[in-house]
Ligand binder design. Structure first.
Ligand SMILES: *[C@@H]1O[C@H](CO)[C@@H](O)[C@H](O)[C@H]1NC(C)=O
Ligand SMILES: *[C@@H]1O[C@H](CO)[C@@H](O)[C@H](O)[C@H]1NC(C)=O
Ligand SMILES: *[C@@H]1O[C@H](CO)[C@@H](O)[C@H](O)[C@H]1NC(C)=O
Ligand SMILES: *[C@@H]1O[C@H](CO)[C@@H](O)[C@H](O)[C@H]1NC(C)=O
Ligand SMILES: *[C@@H]1O[C@H](CO)[C@@H](O)[C@H](O)[C@H]1NC(C)=O
Length: 412
């Protein structure tokens, strides 16, 4: 929200006279809706997301970094960048365990994923840094604590279903790729989405959620087509809206969430049907999400051209965009040791911040300086992480300055 400088003294005086009606007290002014290519809060003000991914969908199924820092310290770091949202990722397996009555305590979660010795050690470190948790705190209660802290610090929570089976994402062969893949049970997925939508009603900072991260072909090359997308995504979105009508619902596309053009443009999905926003009672809750990792591009025009074809024509007010809704870049990122001055990083920033009609929302991959476990390796370093290995400081000041200026330009 941009307040003209001249008004600031007046607002200050008002706030002193009647602090109870100050706007900050009703943050986040949810539920959000959409209007054309913009997201709106309940005061009809445009809201643009500028934030970061906080992963919690790998083997332990607990948000990362808590063996090094407290929830509030990590949230403060995010706040220091001026960001206003976290994309908090979770695995459907976490919800399956709840339905199946499997012990989801921190103790069991860490020991199962890291083994007895390391699991016990890491659990102890988590409890040292986060003394309100005990070994019996559940995974979901950790998500609750993060959502509560997000509210305290006025950071919106966007909940992202990243995978079904909790593990590092994403490849064609990981079993989480497409509806019906080895671990991607469609009924459990829909149940999990509805469960999280309902559960998150108790989180005041909760404003939006996704259907699924990075759909893609399976190991044998099946999947990744619009008819199957439509058949699965629409009922799942219906289920979310029925469980909780408040959140915005983010629709991802094909091929690792790099294609939504067919849907945005209202083209035939392949069987004579076309997607139309107006077919859906909750049309003003639908948001498009895309990912971009064109890191090796040497020409910004090429990146812009792809983004436009992939669905960003909706943000440009182009008449080819029949189904105009906001588009949010929920993942992009680069190696913090080398990437911030690349054509890619500079281009993404410039493109999103200079879209006609105002900046587009984004979430950088990733806040994590390290992971409890990734692809079998424990305490794995993340060179793309904004934070360093022990989450105590920024990894690279030049890269952090890039992100900070990206936020500043998006939000002012
Ligand atoms: C325990 O964690 C360390 C890293 O902190 C790792 O090097 C080691 O392989 C792990 N042990 C087992 C048994 O996985
Ligand atoms: C966790 O639960 C177990 C089993 O109910 C109990 O014995 C233990 O004291 C609890 N630990 C804490 C720290 O509350
Ligand atoms: C391909 O893989 C999918 C998902 O793992 C599976 O459901 C399907 O039966 C497989 N198809 C063939 C032809 O092997
Ligand atoms: C095309 O497929 C979708 C998804 O299964 C279905 O909802 C729709 O009715 C189909 N269209 C036609 C014309 O059969
Ligand atoms: C930080 O990032 C900049 C820009 O990419 C790079 O030139 C520099 O070498 C990096 N510094 C370190 C310590 O990695």
């Amino acid at each position: 929200m941009h307040i003209p400088l001249l008004l600031l003294p007046v607002l200050g005086a008002l706030a002193r006279a009647s602090p109870i009606i100050s706007r900050a007290s009703s943050w986040p002014n949810a539920p959000f809706t959409t209007s054309g290519r913009d997201m709106k809060n309940s005061l009809d003000e445009t809201v643009v997301y500028a934030g970061v991914n906080w992963p919690g969908a790998a083997d332990v199924m607990i948000p990362e970094g808590l063996q090094y820092q407290s929830v509030s310290t990590i949230m403060s770091k995010i706040k220091d960048l001026g960001m206003n949202v976290i994309r908090l990722t979770y695995a459907i397996e976490m919800v399956d365990d709840i339905y199946e009555g499997v012990d989801s305590s921190l103790k069991t979660a860490f020991v199962q994923a890291l083994g007895e010795t390391n699991g016990t050690k890491v659990l102890k470190e988590v409890l040292t840094h986060n003394p309100t948790f005990t070994e019996n705190t559940t995974r979901l209660e950790v998500f609750d604590a993060i959502a509560a802290e997000a509210h305290t610090q006025n950071i919106y929570v966007h909940l992202d279903n990243h995978v079904s089976k909790g593990e590092w994402c994403c490849s064609h062969t990981d079993g989480n790729a497409w509806f019906g893949d080895t671990y991607f049970n469609v009924a459990n997925w829909k149940r999990g989405l509805a469960f999280m939508a309902k559960h998150a009603k108790s989180w005041p900072a909760f404003t939006s959620m996704s259907l699924r991260n990075e759909l893609r072909t399976t190991a044998n090359g099946t999947g990744d087509n619009w008819v199957s997308w439509y058949e699965n995504m629409i009922p799942a979105a219906d289920g979310i809206n029925k469980a909780n009508p408040s959140p915005l619902i983010f629709f991802s596309g094909l091929n690792y969430d790099t294609q939504l053009g067919t849907i945005v443009d209202g083209n035939d999905i392949g069987n004579g049907t076309s997607f139309a926003l107006s077919d859906h009672a909750y049309a003003d809750k639908i948001v498009w999400e895309l990912h971009n990792y064109a890191n090796s591009a040497t020409n910004c025009g090429d990146i812009e051209g792809s983004l436009r074809n992939q669905g960003y024509n909706a943000m440009e007010g182009d008449s080819t965009a029949v189904n105009t809704a906001p588009v949010v870049l929920t993942e992009f990122g680069f190696d913090q040791n080398s990437g911030s001055e690349s054509v890619y990083a500079q281009c993404i920033k410039k493109y999103l911040n200079t879209l006609p009609g105002g900046p587009g929302g984004w979430m950088q991959w990733v806040i994590s300086g390290s992971y409890y476990i990734r692809e079998g390796g424990q305490d794995k370093d993340e060179t793309w992480g904004l934070l360093n290995h022990d989450w105590s400081d920024w990894r690279n000041q030049t890269a952090t300055d890039y992100t900070k200026s990206f936020v500043d330009e998006t939000l002012t």
